[in-house]
Design a protein around this ligand. Structure first.
Ligand SMILES: *Cc1c(COP(=O)(O)O)cnc(C)c1O
Length: 233
């Protein structure tokens, strides 16, 4: 057992507490998603034994492999990586949240597969907040159209927005990108009702979770600070 994980989890939780108290938020508003990509299932088990139940992966193949290896009902699985529409079917039986839905085609495929599986799937729309071409996510202007489309779906439940900030040391830039995601969420929040409910903002990773929480994140996706550095991304 990797005992570092036990200590790391405690440390991350206490960081969340202190960031929240500084910005007058309750830590109960924040869901910590442990991103276990490229780490073995035994590391996930260690975290699970510490009470961590939300886990995220960024590749469908790795996610489905781990879901099979660890068929524990306590685990809530999150797909957070770039989404290939043709792979949605492989995870639909078990995945609980898909954070990275960038377009109508993906919503349509999730609806179709979820209906066949007889399950409802929680979805976040990924928005391109960094302005970088290589990052996936819909453009902010395209968001209303996607949300309108999602309104008509029965098995897809849009629960919020997800964004990734530019990989930079410029904390002001990161902050303004997270603030944009929050602004978009606030703008559209009241215009929609079930099944589109914009209650969540998934933003912030190991290096920028403090800024994300200050800017209103309700879900943070933390890998390195819990499981240690990865050999490559
Ligand atoms: C890897 C990854 C994370 C976690 O990154 P860390 O820097 O290790 O905390 C969060 N979100 C996504 C989409 C990722 O791919």
């Amino acid at each position: 057992m990797n005992t570092d994980i036990v200590a790391n989890l405690e440390e991350v939780k206490s960081q969340i507490e202190s960031i929240c108290s500084k910005c007058n938020r309750s830590s109960e508003e924040i869901t910590l998603i442990a991103i276990s990509k490229m780490k073995p299932v035994e590391d996930i088990r260690t975290a699970l034994e510490c009470g961590q139940v939300e886990f995220g992966e960024n590749k469908v193949q790795e996610l489905t492999g781990k879901m099979e290896e660890l068929p524990d009902e306590r685990v809530s699985w999150h797909m957070v990586g770039q989404l290939q529409t043709n792979k949605i079917k492989y995870m639909i039986d078990r995945v609980n949240w898909i954070h990275s839905v960038p377009k109508k085609k993906a919503l349509k495929e999730i609806e179709k597969r979820a209906e066949a599986a007889g399950r409802q799937i929680n979805v976040l729309i990924q928005v391109n907040i960094s302005g970088e071409d290589q990052k996936s996510g819909c453009e902010p202007e395209a968001l209303p159209e996607l949300l309108d489309y999602a309104r008509g779906l029965k098995y897809v439940r849009v629960r919020g927005l997800m964004g990734m900030a530019t990989l930079t040391d410029d904390r002001d830039q990161i902050r303004s990108e997270f603030a944009l995601l929050r602004k978009l969420r606030d703008q559209h929040k009241d215009a929609y009702d079930e099944p589109v409910k914009l209650e969540h903002l998934s933003m912030g990773m190991t290096h920028d979770m403090d800024i994300a929480i200050e800017e209103g994140a309700t879900m943070i996706r933390v890998g390195t600070a819990i499981f240690g550095v990865r050999d490559y991304q």
